[in-house]
Design a protein. Structure first.
Lengths: 793, 339
């Protein structure tokens, strides 16, 4: 809401308050200032002057020497602009003046000729971004000499742009804002005095009004002004509207806009000639009904919208925009003025459906006070008669059945102080409320009588807010919460997530955070089969784009995108992880919400292999106290390389999957081969994690170490060999460590050489050589017979 | 016998003098004092001398042994000193060669700021709880006192799944969910993702993170709200930070406020970040609306409370001086490794 301060000053005296102070204090009392607009802020000491005489500069062809009457005396100014003529009125920056951009003008000499100031272009005055008209800004002939140019050009029209929240439609007018200013600065509010003569003819003889549905329109009032002349509004009106951001049109339309800006109540003017049957009907539009609005566009209406019609046709989309068929024209002599209250929701929906908002609709949609209708209508009738030279007919037609009455709220100063944590006296509270137009009745307790334009005030906390904002939020003392102490903290899930982050960043990985909105095309890109459960998704009905139209069920695509983004910036390699959610619709149709599951994904490209990532996973699982997990070959997941992928199992539970991304998928994401990903079910990990730590006694007896080197068929997996060693060795085997795997020269085709170091230890005594040798021999035999291994010497 | 001992003494002393390394000293030790060393041999043959001579020879033998041991120790020490000196003086390295650091990783900057925020509130007795992102319209709007068709719904551009289900536009619905299940005292913060249909640009993201706060108890005041958020602002932005509470409007709080902090760059003097005002808006807050309490089964006559909502990206942008919100979601390593 753009409010020129001069306009506000009509109702409450604020012209002695510095604009910045005004803006700051209004913000702090609850009317938030978006912007303070001071066009002439940087201009000082620039006045209007008349060019008396122009002569050529004696030493420079392109310069002119002008004698200028600047009011305080005739001064000499040298200029390079060629557009000036003797007798022109021009803006003159005197010695010691300032211009926008921090420019200071001083007396000086130009090629030896004294110059006492500067004549200004519109660019130099900051009126335009670019110098459209080259040369000095020529003012109208009749401009008086020696006046402050800011005044003459309207550059002293300081305006404040307020952000009005949806609960305060009363502040969508200058009077409402003036009331706030009056409460903020403790100054008296003066409402406009409205009075005009009425002719002997009665309005009701000219027009009848029928409201078909009171739910749509709680009040409709009309007046008629006859014998007017449509013309341009006077300058003061044009200037005001322009300063408030509204384009002047003609005297009648300008009055309706002026009164809307003044009272916050939108009005509409009809050409009376165009109202068929002398009757206004407020009704729902018919489905498929059409109307051409003032902007010349045809609009298709439906039954949820309200129209103002006559007996034959729709005239106006109520509360949104007028129709071309009843527009005030140059030859209009009789106008009907409308002031009404429409259902806010209906107006909001209509303006949404039609795809445009107007000054009127943005006010109506918030729900206006029906008790402002007549004041605004009368004000408009008065002004139309004044500016258009017509007469107002007697009385108004006013359809208003269910009167809205003021209501009361019981309040107590003690309760309000306890709620705010303040110590404000009852007298002060009463004074603050009355400054807002809220009367306080002492009736045993206190009752606040709420004026109908403050529909937002419903209960005591609302009143507390009025008091708090006028008292000043920043005067409320900050205190810490007292009372029962609470034991705060993180949940187990959060603690485990935090540990995971620590472990993984410690292992050199970067945490990433990606959008949970995804594209349905992702599934094909990562080879997810068409019948996969992952394709059952939560779909957004009104997405920004197809690429952000579903809630993800897998984090693989976003991880690949992260890697692609880095790789495409010539970053050789990287390791990443994300802990994020997937959103999985449930099969039960009664479940409206999907299951939100936590997933940990690790990704790696550009160096490192399966075992690097496997090591990271193992490090994490070990740290989280998850034991007995195993990696089992997985050759059937099409996202992954069939020979380099494993499921991670723990008992009967599947913790996740790890592997190299299928080269086709890597290619689709513009990545080289050798991209590794692990996906882990973090909810499962959270359930299985055992963070409790228990001390195990340090070994008392020495260990015996034996190496074993084997030649095994290539398809024998390391985990099989280790399994045989552990099973055969039993409790005496403390650890089995792989220290060499080799294929190539000196190893026969189809075989691999593999070597372990086995540590034996007993916790009941020192092992003797014979014992260990026997056991080790049995292990060697078992590996040979079970896995077809040969001992390598 | 005596002569033999004297000869060993002379011989050993000479060998020790000639030894050039601690290794040679060890050989000398073995040569004389080892199991088969010459002195050991001599002493072992004590049985073959006359009993009356034994005490004197024995004493002499021990003397010689002690003497040799003494000399060995002395020589050994001085040689070791010398050797260490030589090793040190030849062991100079170029300390300007680069260090061998392990591969570095880092938590995402949003996680790091969130961790700080959590720490501050946990210290004040808050619990950290989470709630669903795909949410019922009821919790996101209606329970927050924003009925259907309310203009406030227009302000938040909402992604809908269907008439009843949407992507939450704020973390506030968790207020209602939590109050339905817990009676006061309540002190929680709720971090989580929220969604608005804003096209991504330098200051908008359709996915972003909020941290909701809720405190409900007997006798909670607006002064408590201010005190709590003061502690938060100082904890996150530094002890010198000042806060400013401006009246505002939210449907689920009354009174409501927006909170500014003194600019972290210029400390209030006015700079580019704060657009010359000296203040930066960081959050919205207020006293929990009565109707919200009623809808969640909390008695508004008995309890009062406050709530606040902090935009995590916003405070991270301010804290680190980042100028584009999209950087958080691009995950460029050159960005991530700065934190």
């Amino acid at each position: 809401m753009l409010a020129p301060l001069k306009w506000i000053n009509d109702y409450v005296k604020i012209d002695d308050i510095a604009p910045q102070t005004f803006a700051d204090m209004m913000t702090m009392s609850g009317s938030k200032v978006e912007e303070l607009i001071e066009p002439g802020k940087e201009i000082s000491n620039v006045v209007t002057g008349r060019i008396l005489k122009i002569e050529k500069h004696p030493h420079a062809d392109r310069l002119l020497v002008c004698q200028v009457d600047a009011g305080s005396g005739v001064i000499q100014i040298v200029t390079g602009a060629g557009n000036v003529r003797e007798g022109n009125m021009v803006p003159v920056a005197l010695h010691g003046s300032s211009l926008p951009g921090g420019v200071r003008i001083k007396r000086g000499k130009l090629r030896g000729m004294e110059s006492d100031g500067m004549m200004c272009s519109s660019l130099e005055l900051g009126l335009e971004e670019e110098d459209a008209v080259h040369g000095i800004y020529i003012l109208p002939e009749d401009t008086p000499v020696g006046r402050d140019v800011k005044e003459v050009l309207g550059l002293d029209n300081v305006a404040v742009d307020f952000e009005i929240t949806s609960n305060r439609p009363d502040c969508l007018g200058m009077i409402g804002l003036a009331r706030e200013a009056s409460a903020t600065f403790g100054r008296e509010l003066h409402l406009p005095e409205v009075s005009f003569a009425e002719s002997g003819e009665r309005t009701e003889d000219y027009i009848d009004v029928e409201i078909k549905d009171r739910q749509l329109c709680s009040r409709y009032a009309a007046r008629i002004v006859k014998g007017i002349t449509i013309k341009d509004s006077p300058e003061w009106m044009k200037e005001r509207l322009t300063a408030a951001g509204v384009r002047p049109i003609n005297n009648v339309v300008d009055v309706t806009n002026y009164v809307m800006l003044e009272y916050g109540q939108p009005l509409h003017a009809f050409d009376y000639r165009m109202i068929d049957g002398g009757k206004i009907i407020v009704r729902s539009a018919g489905d498929g009904e059409r109307i051409i609005t003032l902007d010349g566009k045809e609009r298709l209406l439906d039954s949820s919208m309200i129209v103002i019609a006559d007996t034959k046709k729709a005239l106006v989309v109520a509360g949104v925009m007028g129709g071309e068929n009843s527009e005030v024209e140059r030859d209009t002599t009789t106008v009907m003025l409308e002031s009404a209250t429409f259902n806010g929701t209906a107006i909001r929906m209509a303006s949404k459906k039609l795809g445009f908002r107007t000054e009127a609709s943005s006010r109506f949609e918030k729900g206006l006070d029906p008790n402002t209708v007549i004041a605004a209508l009368d004000r408009a009738a008065q002004m139309v008669a004044e500016l258009g030279g017509g007469v107002v007919l007697g009385g108004a037609v006013d359809r208003y059945q269910q009167r809205k009455e003021p209501w009361t709220i019981d309040i107590s100063a003690k309760r309000i102080n306890r709620f705010l944590g303040t110590d404000i006296s009852e007298e002060d509270m009463v004074r603050m409320l009355e400054s807002l137009g809220i009367r306080v009745i002492r009736d045993g307790g206190l009752k606040a009588l709420i004026p109908t334009f403050r529909a937002d005030l419903e209960n005591e906390p609302d009143i507390a807010e009025e008091i708090a904002r006028l008292y000043g939020y920043n005067n409320i003392r900050s205190t810490l919460i007292s009372g029962e102490t609470t034991q705060g903290g993180r949940t187990r899930e959060q603690i485990i997530q935090d540990i995971a982050r620590d472990v993984l960043t410690g292992a050199g990985m970067y945490e990433v955070i990606t959008y949970s909105l995804a594209s349905p095309r992702d599934f094909d890109r990562v080879n997810i089969p068409s019948d996969s459960r992952l394709r059952k998704v939560v779909r957004i009905a009104n997405p920004l784009s197809e690429d952000l139209s579903i809630m993800r069920t897998t984090l693989v695509p976003s991880m690949l995108e992260v890697m692609n983004r880095n790789y495409s910036k010539k970053i050789d390699g990287g390791m990443f992880f994300e802990i994020g959610k997937t959103y999985n619709p449930l099969d039960d149709p009664k479940e409206k919400l999907p299951e939100e599951d936590n997933v940990l994904i690790l990704g790696m490209y550009g160096g490192g292999d399966f075992f690097n990532l496997k090591g990271d996973v193992e490090l994490l699982l070990n740290r989280l106290g998850i034991k007995k997990y195993e990696f089992v070959r997985e050759a059937d997941n099409p996202t992954y390389h069939p020979g380099k992928t494993a499921d991670i199992l723990c008992g009967n539970s599947r913790l996740g999957i790890i592997g190299e991304i299928h080269p086709d998928v890597s290619e689709r994401y513009g990545l080289p081969e050798g991209v590794y990903i692990a996906e882990l079910d973090f909810d499962m990990i959270t359930r299985m994690s055992e963070l409790g730590k228990k001390f195990k006694k340090l070994p008392k007896y020495p260990a015996v170490e034996r190496d074993i080197a084997l030649l095994v068929p290539e398809d024998v997996m390391c985990s099989q060999i280790e399994g045989v060693i552990r099973r055969t060795g039993g409790a005496l085997v403390e650890s089995v460590k792989l220290f060499d795997v080799y294929t190539g020269k000196q190893v026969p085709e189809g075989k691999k050489s593999i070597a372990y170091s086995v540590v034996y230890r007993s916790d009941s005594g020192t092992l003797v050589d014979e014992e260990v040798n026997g056991l080790h021999q049995r292990i060697v035999e078992a590996v040979k017979s079970e896995l077809g291994a040969q001992l390598r010497l | 016998m005596k002569e033999k001992l004297m000869a060993i003494r002379e011989e050993a002393a000479a060998d020790i003098r000639n030894a050039k390394s601690s290794g040679e000293i060890d050989s000398v030790r073995v040569k004389y004092l080892g199991k088969r060393g010459s002195l050991t041999q001599v002493l072992r043959s004590m049985g073959s001398i006359a009993p009356k001579d034994r005490p004197a020879i024995g004493r002499l033998g021990n003397e010689v042994r002690n003497e040799i041991e003494g000399l060995l120790k002395e020589a050994d020490e001085s040689l070791k000193m010398k050797e260490r000196g030589e090793k040190i003086s030849s062991g100079t390295i170029d300390i300007s060669l680069p260090g061998k650091a392990p591969q570095r990783g880092a938590k995402h900057p949003l996680t790091q700021v969130l961790d700080e925020v959590k720490e501050i509130f946990i210290g004040m007795g808050f619990s950290v709880v989470e709630g669903p992102e795909v949410e019922l319209d009821y919790y996101n709007f209606e329970a927050m006192n924003i009925p259907k068709d309310h203009p406030a719904r227009d302000v938040q551009d909402t992604f809908y799944i269907n008439d009843e289900v949407l992507l939450r536009t704020q973390t506030s619905p968790m207020q209602a969910r939590y109050m339905e299940k817990h009676q006061p005292p309540i002190r929680i913060i709720v971090p989580g993702r929220v969604y608005r249909s804003d096209t991504p640009d330098a200051s908008h993201s359709p996915v972003f993170t909020q941290i909701e706060g809720l405190v409900v108890d007997d006798g909670i005041t607006m002064g408590n709200l201010k005190g709590t958020l003061d502690v938060f602002a100082k904890g996150l932005f530094g002890e010198k930070t000042r806060t400013k509470f401006r009246p505002h409007h939210f449907n689920f709080t009354e009174p409501s406020a927006e909170v500014d902090v003194s600019c972290v760059i210029c400390n209030g003097k006015g700079c580019k970040l704060c657009k010359g005002t000296g203040w930066i808006e960081i959050l919205g807050c207020g006293m929990v609306h009565r109707r919200v309490f009623e809808m969640c089964g909390i008695d508004p006559k008995k309890y009062t409370g406050f709530a606040f909502g902090i935009g995590l990206e916003r405070i991270a942008l301010i804290k680190y001086g980042i100028d584009d919100i999209r950087l958080f979601y691009d995950n460029d390593i050159r960005f991530l490794n700065q934190f």
